[in-house]
Design a protein around this ligand. Structure first.
Ligand SMILES: Cc1cc2nc3c(=O)[nH]c(=O)nc-3n(C[C@H](O)[C@H](O)[C@H](O)COP(=O)(O)OP(=O)(O)OC[C@H]3O[C@@H](n4cnc5c(N)ncnc54)[C@H](O)[C@@H]3O)c2cc1C
Length: 346
């Protein structure tokens, strides 16, 4: 069976590696670049405090064929690539993930290429220059804190329309505010309406996903995510399994905590199909959220399996160690394909 995986992020990489381990399938991965990008480290990449790229040859099982290219359209059993070539498939795993865009004049945090531009722009700023980070979600908090810690002589502002850290519980939210204060980050509520006096604007609203499924005429939700059944199969074409940020799975939060189990489960279902077994419905529960605050601190928020925050939260150096371990574990899981997760609450 020819299986083509579209995208080698967390979801696509674990899916491809798990499938070749569990089944005798001919697996090809298509990705626009030869590197695996740890998106969860792109704020480190921007600030120059860490690196986010590992060669895919080190991440993918040697039995997997890697095609460096971009899928332009998903057709009837065929992928059309931007270079004009095509790849036939019996089954496809759609893992094209996030594709954040931003107003002109700003730098998107969430993709490698734009993070590299942002890194160069940040490095060129003189002390005293002003940086605005737009977005009060976890990505915005991490980016503002990382920049403020790496370049304490810059003036860093975090601009958010809604409450900063709204997905956290009140204790963790207050802790984040104290940590941002400690690093000298000015927090402002409001909508972005131009750079104003900022010398650099970093766009940390990372909710948009690839429009490939929509462009290909497959059913998508309002945000462009591929609509799937309980087995993660496209409702338009059951030969396609969708996983990660680009899959419309009810109750799923955009995170590698979601992308990894979905990628693993999608591969497991294809392996079951090859073995003549029934597919299983996808089910997962959450454990919490981790927000890095520079390299020496973090905030950890525990959650119930339905992803609502509990009263348990902590911060400081021990939290930074936990957060670092979580990032390493996520990359390691994508590479080894070993991953276990909790089921959804009843
Ligand atoms: C700065 C930052 C910090 C974050 N921190 C956390 C965190 O702490 N914890 C957490 O759980 N989540 C975090 N996230 C979110 C997390 O990174 C994403 O949810 C996760 O990367 C989703 O994985 P994915 O495999 O679905 O998609 P992605 O990681 O986006 O991978 C998709 C891959 O598909 C490729 N692709 C796209 N289009 C095509 C195409 N047409 N053809 C071929 N390939 C294509 C892309 O180039 C990419 O390689 C963070 C995100 C950012 C930006």
């Amino acid at each position: 069976m020819k299986v083509v995986v579209i995208g080698a992020g967390y979801a696509g990489t674990i899916a491809a590696n798990r499938l070749v381990k569990k089944a005798d399938a001919d697996v090809t991965v298509v990705n626009p670049r030869p590197g695996f990008v740890e998106r969860v480290r792109l704020h480190e990449h921007i600030a120059g405090s860490g690196s986010a790229v590992t060669p895919l040859t080190e991440m993918l099982d040697p039995r997997i064929r890697l095609v460096v290219g971009t899928v332009d359209k998903i057709g009837d059993g065929t992928l059309l690539l931007a270079d004009g070539t095509s790849l036939p498939f019996d089954r496809a795993i759609y893992a094209a993930g996030g594709a954040p865009t931003a107003p002109s004049g700003t730098h998107v945090v969430g993709t490698l290429e734009t993070a590299e531009e942002a890194h160069r722009a940040l490095a060129a700023l003189s002390d005293g220059a002003a940086v605005t980070v737009v977005g009060g979600g976890l990505t915005g908090i991490e980016t503002a804190a990382e920049v403020a810690e790496a370049r304490p002589a810059l003036r860093v502002r975090l601009l958010s329309e809604g409450e900063v850290g709204a997905s956290l519980g009140p204790g963790a939210r207050a802790r984040v505010r104290r940590e941002l204060d400690r690093l000298g980050v000015a927090v402002e509520r409001g909508r972005y309406d131009g750079a104003g006096d900022a010398d650099l604007v970093l766009w940390a609203v990372a909710t948009q996903v690839s429009d490939l499924a929509a462009r290909s005429g497959l059913e998508v939700d309002d945000a462009g995510r591929m609509v799937v059944d309980e087995f993660l199969r496209s409702v338009s074409d059951p030969r396609i399994v969708a996983v990660g940020d680009g899959a419309a799975v009810p109750g799923a939060r955009l995170s590698c905590q979601t992308a990894l189990p979905q990628g693993a489960h999608g591969a497991d279902n294809l392996a079951r199909e090859l073995a003549g077994k029934q597919a299983k419905a996808f089910s997962m529960g959450y454990t919490g959220q981790n927000v890095s605050i520079g390299r020496r601190s973090a905030v950890i928020q525990a959650a119930r399996r339905d992803d609502t925050p509990t009263r348990i939260q902590f911060g400081g150096r021990s939290a930074a160690l936990v957060k670092e371990q979580v990032c390493r574990m996520a990359k390691g899981a994508a590479k080894t394909a070993r991953y276990a997760w909790l089921p959804a609450p009843r």
